[in-house]
Ligand binder design. Sequence first.
Ligand SMILES: C[S@@+](CC[C@H](N)C(=O)[O-])C[C@H]1O[C@@H](n2cnc3c(N)ncnc32)[C@H](O)[C@@H]1O
Length: 192
Amino acid sequence: MSREYWEGLYQKGETGWDKGEASPGLVDFLAARPDLPKRKVLVPGCGMGHDVRAWAQHAFKVTGMDIAPSAILTSTEKTLSAGLRADFRLGDFLRDEPSASFDYIFEHTLFCAIQPEERDLYVNALRRWLKPDGLYVAVFYIIPDRDGPPFGSTREEIRARFDPFFELVEHWVPRSYPNRTGLEWMTLWRPL
Ligand SMILES: C[S@@+](CC[C@H](N)C(=O)[O-])C[C@H]1O[C@@H](n2cnc3c(N)ncnc32)[C@H](O)[C@@H]1O
């Protein structure tokens, strides 16, 4: 989907994916792991920045990235209002050359938002943006939909795409927003 498509949705206020709060799975993950080193995090497709602020609340050095200018504007304003520090950058996670590499990348509803044909680009982008000793933290949306976004996927498809380049080190079904209960798969991966 193009920058114009996503910006158009923000302009029209058609942002039904936005629940006004961070991913419950991420909130629980951060609360349960206070000893995670407070290094650099990238949240691609950050939307209005709820997940970025969750990482920032735990003192990580976090950057939110989005292809839609309105998402970056709203995220920046909400983060300032919350008295938190984070960087936001307008960009295309799939196609931009990284200006920096990150210790953590957090995925939440970007993988299901892009065209399924772009998923190879996504995996390659992840390999560019994540440090070789980094951690990829992902909440995948496991739904059957073919006419997205959101576009569905299965655990098997995700394993087939990521296993050649990443080791799946932990996975579980996280706490979710009420309408996504049981439909999310939280995963931690290390580059091979
Ligand atoms: C379904 S929304 C999810 C937003 C946020 N992660 C959330 O859960 O609230 C997908 C977001 O990804 C952004 N996006 C789509 N393609 C992108 C790309 N190639 N690079 C960066 N952001 C992208 C859209 O503008 C949109 O904000």
